[in-house]
Design a protein around this ligand. Structure first.
Ligand code: 3PG
Length: 212
């Protein structure tokens, strides 16, 4: 296993659930990340879907003790470079392109690339990837689908994301090929805009108590 894969796995194994964040206002990033860390969720993915995202990554990387911040929704080499420059410690993409594979190969910061079919998983295995994001998990076929990949594609581990909540997280976490799940449910928009950080810590605590 490469050093980068070891690093990625150790981050993903910090907790059963990686929060997937869409941050509209960079000022919320630090209190939000602190609330998640206080609830036991240290590895945090900030998606590059908003203007505030890179600043949010930068602030969390600099100011939140105990957080391991990554960047998600990375679609191209420019996103990758900007996210690494902002302090991302891991990179997540919903799918995979040759451009992403090329930039990831040259970077010290590991990529968790997205895949949703056996052929996509096989192509990434040929590139040396052992840990993938299964996306969009529920919509692509859910835990039963991922379970069906576990025998023919043994040796590949997944972080399923998309449509996962406290209710169905264990369906995935109980599978042998799942290392953690990702989800936005631990940071609902309403609680973030209300500044209800205690409410977010409570959701994070429930999520971090799930057994993988
Ligand atoms: C995403 O990329 O949007 C993540 O998969 C989060 O999905 P969710 O909002 O369904 O948890």
């Amino acid at each position: 296993m490469s050093d980068k894969t070891v690093k990625l796995l150790s981050t993903l194994k910090l907790q059963p659930v990686v929060p997937v964040l869409i941050i509209e206002d960079a000022k919320t990033a630090v209190p939000l990340a602190r609330a998640l860390v206080a609830g036991g969720l240290k590895a945090i993915e900030i998606t590059l879907r908003t203007e505030a995202a890179l600043e949010a990554v930068r602030l969390v990387a600099q100011e939140v003790e105990g957080a391991v911040v990554g960047a998600g929704t990375i679609l191209n080499a420019a996103h990758y470079a900007a996210a690494v420059d902002a302090g991302s410690q891991f990179i997540v993409s919903p799918g995979t392109t040759q451009e992403l594979l090329d930039v990831a190969r040259q970077s010290d910061i590991p990529l968790l690339p997205g895949a949703a079919t056996a052929s996509e998983v096989m192509a990434l295995r040929e590139e040396g990837y052992k840990v993938l994001k299964f996306f969009p998990a529920e919509q692509a076929g859910g835990a039963a689908y991922l379970k069906a990949l576990s025998s023919p594609l043994a040796g590949t581990l997944f972080c399923p994301t998309g449509g996962i909540s406290l209710k169905n997280a264990m369906d995935y976490l109980s599978l042998p090929n799942v290392v953690c799940v990702g989800g936005s449910w631990v940071a609902p928009k309403e609680l973030v805009s209300a500044g209800d950080w205690a409410g977010i810590t409570k959701l994070a605590s429930e999520a971090s108590a799930l057994k993988g």
